[in-house]
Design a protein around this ligand. Structure first.
Ligand code: URA
Length: 238
């Protein structure tokens, strides 16, 4: 037995809040009967429909992929380009948790657990994402502090970040910077560097919360353990 809004969110249909809205507005039926009361409990044998279409509840799957360059983070592409889902063998309706750019590599979660996906993506839950950016030129302390305190991208200031210069290569005149953020705005890291006059040449997401891709080759993936899934949920409740 689980609460109706949780069952809907868990199915990946929408967030729990959106599910509550759909229930309150009378768009959800259980065994053919409209249910508007939030918190109504349903069994796995019950038939849940939203806008008269039945909700398919799949077994949950959680995958950590080391995304290669040159692949789009999407479930399908109009131009028929390769997507991250082409790298994964599954019969489940998985979708990526957030987005990595076409040329960004590294940690990407894919799941059909809509509730966890929404929790991980919500900025209020402050899930850490650690990136390594290779940028043009030498970045000094002053600029690192600017990034850490927040810079304006698209007229909105970014939240505080952790920033560390890992290496400066004199020969190629490039810096390697570790930057930890918990927001997930579009092209955020590239735009943050751009805002202070640096160009990102390469970008890798090393870690999402406690999950890193050190043991995965480019294009490889693995299933999360139950313990890791529980820990991820716990991270969103901190
Ligand atoms: N920030 C970016 O600019 N690109 C990504 O792919 C992820 C974060």
């Amino acid at each position: 037995m689980d609460r109706l809004q949780k069952v809907i969110a868990n199915s990946g249909y929408c967030s729990r809040r959106k599910a509550e809205e759909l229930i309150s507005k009378g768009h959800v039926k259980v065994n053919g009967k409209i249910i508007t009361e939030l918190g109504t409990c349903v069994k796995s044998s019950d038939t849940v429909t939203i806008f008269d279409k039945s909700l398919t509840i799949e077994e949950k799957e959680y995958i950590l992929l080391n995304k290669p360059r040159g692949i789009i983070t999407s479930t399908h592409d109009e131009k028929n380009r390769k997507t991250v889902l082409d790298l994964i063998e599954t019969n489940k309706r998985l979708y990526p948790v957030g987005r990595l750019d076409y040329d960004t590599t590294g940690a990407l979660l894919l799941t059909n657990d809509g509730e966890l996906a929404n929790l991980l993506m919500h900025p209020k839950n402050k899930i850490e994402k650690v990136y390594i950016a290779k940028i043009t030129g030498f970045i000094d302390k002053e600029n690192l502090i600017k990034l850490a305190n927040g810079v304006y991208i698209d007229n909105v200031k970014t939240a505080k970040a952790k920033v560390r210069l890992k290496k400066f290569d004199k020969k190629t005149n490039t810096s390697l910077v570790e930057i930890t953020i918990h927001e997930g705005r579009n092209h955020q890291v590239k735009k943050m560097f751009e805002a202070i006059g640096f160009k990102v040449l390469k970008l890798k997401r090393e870690r999402i919360s406690f999950l890193d891709v050190k043991d995965l080759k480019s294009g490889e993936y693995r299933y999360l353990s139950l313990k890791e899934v529980k820990k991820l949920y716990a991270e969103t409740k901190k």
